[in-house]
Design a protein around this ligand. Structure first.
Ligand code: 2HA
Ligand code: ZN
Length: 272
């Protein structure tokens, strides 16, 4: 089957375009990776033409031999839907999880996303934490969450509480809360290590003054998670713009009642 005819590829392209339409991907901002299922690799393998091996820049032994879809470094989400074979790649990891090679895509040349170390280290953490259920890692630049990182202390608890309080669905959608990475130079191993540490605990990591990383099982859940966090942040920005303090909000006891009826466990550390 042609790569662009496969359902999982159509889902990937739709998610990238949805992110563009939300305004989260100015210029070449953001990146999306997907850990392919063995049967999906088999579906499209006849199209593969491997290029040379390149270092990942970090080591992800638990992902050895796996195949990923990855947006290209310097490529625009805006173009994914009209020029898919130029905008993203399918890559294969070697048997140590230290090198990758492009096997399809980026037809005009180029490399996978500059954030490949963060993506792959997050995938590795999630393979372990979810028994392989999570397959999607998504990085975007949504304006309202980024704005929050200029006015709140960069603490997991503060961001979790504010985001939960801004929309009743939030503690149900991300019951583990969110982690916050202080400002760091993007693209390297250090920020990848810091982010993947948070991903052991959370499905959402906020990069101060930069953007968000989210992890999920499929395109719908992962896009929906980003969308829910950013919607909540938008409400936070509106509330702060109207008044310096909230007049009323959802209380710790309200969250406990919600958790009981919706069958989710909310960490006590976020409920005092
Ligand atoms: O340009 O978003 O973090 C891609 C990025 C880097
Ligand atoms: Zn970014």
């Amino acid at each position: 089957m042609k790569v662009l005819d496969a359902e999982f590829v159509k889902g990937y392209i739709r998610m990238a375009n949805d992110g563009w339409e939300q305004g989260w991907h100015e210029r070449n901002g953001g990146n999306l990776t997907y850990r392919m299922k063995p049967e999906e690799v088999a579906q499209v393998k006849e199209n593969f033409a491997p290029k040379e091996w390149m270092p990942i820049g970090t080591s992800v032994p638990r992902l050895a031999g796996e195949y990923f879809m990855a947006t290209g470094s310097g490529k625009y989400f805006r173009n994914v839907i009209i020029k898919p074979e130029e905008s993203f790649a399918i890559i294969e990891l070697d048997d140590k999880g230290e090198n990758y090679r492009i096997v399809w895509g980026l037809s005009g040349g180029g490399r996978p996303t500059s954030e490949l170390p963060s993506h792959l280290m997050n995938h590795e953490v999630k393979v372990i934490a979810t028994g392989g259920k999570h397959r999607v890692i998504y990085h975007a630049h949504p304006a309202n969450v980024i704005a929050m990182t200029f006015v709140l202390p960069l603490e997991d608890k503060v961001f979790t509480r504010e985001l939960w309080e801004m929309a009743t669905e939030c503690p149900v959608v991300f019951p583990d809360g969110v982690g916050v990475v202080p400002w760091m130079v993007p693209g390297g191993r250090d920020i990848a290590v810091a982010t993947s540490e948070l991903m052991k605990k959370y499905d959402v990591a906020i990069w101060a003054h930069h953007g968000i990383f989210v992890s999920g099982e499929d395109f719908d859940l992962t896009f929906g998670l980003m969308h829910t966090v950013e919607k909540s942040a938008e409400i936070f920005v509106k509330v702060r713009s109207m008044a310096p303090e909230k007049r009323q909000t959802i209380t710790s006891q309200d969250f406990r009642d919600l958790a009981r009826d919706f069958n989710v466990t909310l960490p006590e550390e976020f409920l005092d």
